[in-house]
Every structure is written in structure tokens, then in C-alpha cells.
Design a protein around this ligand. Structure first.
Ligand code: ADP
Length: 404
């Protein structure tokens, strides 16, 4: 099948057209600065040159129109007829407690997404706008939603409840949900495949370290804990997000700095984490460079970043009652031997032994632990789009079956 995978943000739409038989991307691209007059679309079809088209893109509907047009373009496209698109799979950020797996998008699903906007005010509205835009331009195509939160719906109550009055959970669904679920699921399944063992017999810790970052404890293929919470602000130190905090801090800062709610949220989400602490950048490549040049605050920031990962490795080993595999993924996890080395350093006592050479030269999917390491350590490039395409294909197949 040919599945169009969409990741709709507030001002951008990332897309991939994936052939599920070959598991390869036929075309990838992004529309950026939606809503602005200087918007642009970057597009690359398999075996064709990369192009950029500049122009005004008013909203998600126009953006989808452009994506379809470029996929059909005689020189840069990959499709002769729009009917070649078998289905559209959307990355949807927040499924709340409503969705524990991928679903076909129906009117009820859209209503549930709208009901959940309070939980994901920044993410769910553009996801809904993307779904509505596809309904407008491809009215006959099946659409599916693959949720960032779904994989973590197996967390037990003792892991997802906060220590606040229970009635607030009942009233507002305040609890930990976790995110990056599609990535944690994918890399844990790949780790099991590389170990040639059924995932149902493995204890795996996954670390998705991108600009946003989270870790998960996966017992027999099911997430039992993860570092992000009700929102993606909790847990690890991230590019611009603070991660775990003393909950009194926002109150203290708001009072001292005379900040309102919105300003406080911006401080925690956009000006904290690596950028806030180092005062330089949120890009870990530049932080590593600054450390090499002897920048003190960059050094303590990098140490704090890696220390937090190590702390959660220990916590999740306890939660799982042991560890068979540890997986690094995401921009930092896949590309930084330094973070992999530092976050695993001193963990030899629990059977985690990195092979320095394998770690430095890690390419593609690989085992970077020593042959006698009790815990296998992997670097595995994530592929959330492929999971979305395969889940969508499965749903389309079940719809076809039902019709027969
Ligand atoms: P997103 O969360 O936006 O999907 P990615 O998973 O693509 O982000 O990760 C982006 C981050 O990966 C960048 O901000 C950068 O800090 C980091 N990164 C990429 N390459 C390297 C590298 N070679 N060394 C260290 N960090 C890297």
C-alpha cells in the first residue's frame, strides 16, 4: 500500500509517502511557516532532486493541497493519480485515556480529540486541522490516527497517578500519560528482533533523546513507566524544557519575577532545559563543542543532561526488576557517543558495559555493548513514520475484510 503519513504541527506539516511493501519512503517533505506569507515547501522524491517551493500558505488546508500537488508533479512527484494513495496516517499527540491503540478516524474520534484539547492545547488542534484538511481534499481516503500516548496506556495506576487529591484525577483526568510512544514501541521491538528473542520475554529500557526527550521501562513488550507526564514537560532535561522540578518552583518564580501563567509556561517550555541552563543553545552538538572549548556552564549542563538519563536507567532497572537491553534513539541518542558513554558510565555494577570502539563507530542499528555485557546496549534509529504507515495499513486491511 501507499500510505501518506502526516505530522501536523501548528505552523508546519511533515509528510512521508511510504510504500508498506518495501517499507521505503517514496517521498518526504515539509511545509513550514503555515499562516505566514513567506511559507515554503521542501520536497524530495526517492531518486529525484530535492526542491523548495516558496509562497504563501494560509492554513493547513492549503498546505495539504500543495503536498498533494507536489506528489502528483510530473517532474518532482511520485504519483500519476491521487487515487494511488491508499490511506492517510496521522501522528496524533494526545489520545488521553480514550485511545490505547491506533484507530480509524471517524466523527466520534474527531469529537474525542476535540474533547481532549485541554490536555494538549498546543498539539491536538493542528492535528485536527490536518485531519479536516485531508477530509476536504481526499474525501474518499481512509484516515487513521496513531497516538503518541497510546503505547503508555499499559502503565499501572501506581506509575501514572500523581500524589495530589484523587478527585482532581477524576475531574480533569490529571495523570501521567507519557509521549513518544510510537518511537519507544518501535525501538523496543527492533531491539528484541536484534536479540532474536520474543519481546514478551524481555525487560527493555528505551531512551528517546531528541529535542524533546523521554525514557520508558518496557516489560514484556508493554510500557510500565515513562518519564514524561501529563504533558511533555516532565522527566529528563530537554533542549528547551525543564524536566522534573520541585512543584513549588513555578509558584516561587511567578511571585518573584511577577510572571503570569502564560509567561511561566513559556519559561518552563521554551527557555529552560539545556538552553536555559547553559545560556547558549538547545543544540547538543553546539553544547558538546562548547564543552570542548572549556565553557563551564555548558559543561555542567551536559553533565546534568547525562546524569538525569543515568538516574532513570537505575530507576527503571528497579521498576523492571532487571534489564536485558538498553536502547538509545532520537537525534542525540543516535548521534552522540558522548551522551551514550556518560549516561552508562559507572553502571558496570548492574551489567551495563559499553564497548568504546563500537560506541564511537556506531552506524545504523547496532549493539554497542561488550560481548560479556549482561545488558545489551543498542543504538537504533527510530522510525515513527513507518510504524504509523504499518498501523494504518493494518486498519485499512481490517476495514476491507469487514466489507467482504
Ligand atoms: P526532534 O525532537 O525535534 O525530533 P531530533 O530527534 O531530530 O529532534 O533531535 C534533534 C537534536 O539532536 C538536535 O537538537 C541536536 O541537539 C541533536 N543532535 C543531532 N546530531 C547530533 C550529534 N552528532 N551530536 C549530538 N547531538 C546531536
Amino acid at each position: 500500500m501507499k500510505i501518506l503519513v502526516l505530522n501536523c504541527g501548528s505552523s508546519s506539516i511533515k509528510y512521508q509517502l511510504i510504500n508498506t511493501e518495501t517499507k521505503q519512503e517514496m517521498a518526504v517533505g515539509i511545509v513550514e511557516r503555515i499562516g505566514a506569507s513567506d511559507a515554503f515547501l521542501k520536497h524530495k522524491a526517492f531518486d529525484k532532486e530535492k526542491i523548495q517551493i516558496d509562497g504563501e500558505v494560509l492554513n493547513h488546508s492549503t498546505a495539504i493541497e500543495y503536498v498533494i500537488a507536489v506528489l502528483l508533479h510530473p517532474n518532482y512527484g511520485v504519483l500519476k493519480n491521487i487515487k494511488e494513495i491508499d490511506a492517510v496516517g496521522h501522528r496524533v499527540v494526545h489520545g488521553a485515556e480514550t485511545f490505547s491503540g491506533s484507530v480509524r478516524i471517524t466523527d466520534e474520534v474527531i469529537k474525542a480529540l476535540k474533547d481532549n484539547i485541554e490536555l494538549a492545547p498546543l498539539h491536538n488542534p493542528p492535528n485536527i486541522a490536518g485531519i479536516e484538511a485531508v477530509s476536504e481534499h481526499l474525501p474518499d481516503v481512509i484516515q487513521c490516527g496513531v497516538f503518541d500516548t497510546a503505547f503508555h496506556m499499559t502503565m499501572p495506576p501506581h506509575a501514572y497517578l500523581y500524589g495530589i487529591p484523587y478527585k482532581l484525577y477524576e475531574k480533569y483526568k490529571i495523570r501521567r500519560y507519557g509521549f513518544h510512544g510510537t518511537s519507544h514501541r518501535y525501538v523496543s521491538e527492533r531491539a528484541a528482533a536484534l536479540m532474536k528473542k520474543p519481546i514478551t520475554e524481555l525487560k527493555i529500557i528505551t531512551a528517546h533523546l531528541g529535542n524533546g526527550a523521554s525514557m520508558a521501562a518496557i516489560l514484556n513488550g508493554k510500557s510500565i513507566d515513562t518519564t514524561m507526564g501529563m504533558t511533555p514537560l516532565e522527566g529528563l532535561l530537554m533542549g528547551t524544557r525543564c524536566g522534573d522540578l520541585d512543584p513549588n518552583l513555578p509558584l516561587f518564580i511567578m511571585e518573584k519575577e511577577d510572571l503570569n501563567l502564560k509567561e511561566m509556561a513559556t519559561l518552563l517550555n521554551k527557555h529552560s532545559g539545556v538552553v536555559g541552563l547553559a545560556g547558549l543553545t538547545n543544540d547538543m552538538r553546539d553544547i558538546e563543542k562548547a564543552v570542548e572549548e572549556g565553557h563551564e556552564r555548558a559543561t555542567v549542563t551536559l553533565d546534568a543532561y547525562n546524569y538525569k538519563i543515568k538516574k532513570y536507567i537505575g530507576a527503571y532497572a528497579a521498576a523492571l526488576g532487571g534489564v536485558d537491553a538498553l536502547v538509545f534513539t532520537g537525534g542525540v541518542g543516535e548521534n552522540s557517543p558522548l551522551t551514550r558513554r556518560e549516561s552508562c558510565s559507572g553502571l558496570e555494577f548492574m551489567g551495563i558495559k559499553l564497548d568504546p570502539k563500537k560506541n564511537e563507530n556506531a552506524k545504523g542499528e547496532c549493539d554497542i555493548s561488550t560481548s560479556d555485557s549482561k545488558v545489551k546496549v543498542f543504538k537504533i534509529p527510530t522510525n515513527e513514520e513507518l510504524v504509523i504507515a504499518l498501523d494504518t495499513e493494518e486498519i485499512v486491511n481490517s476495514v476491507i475484510k469487514k466489507k467482504k
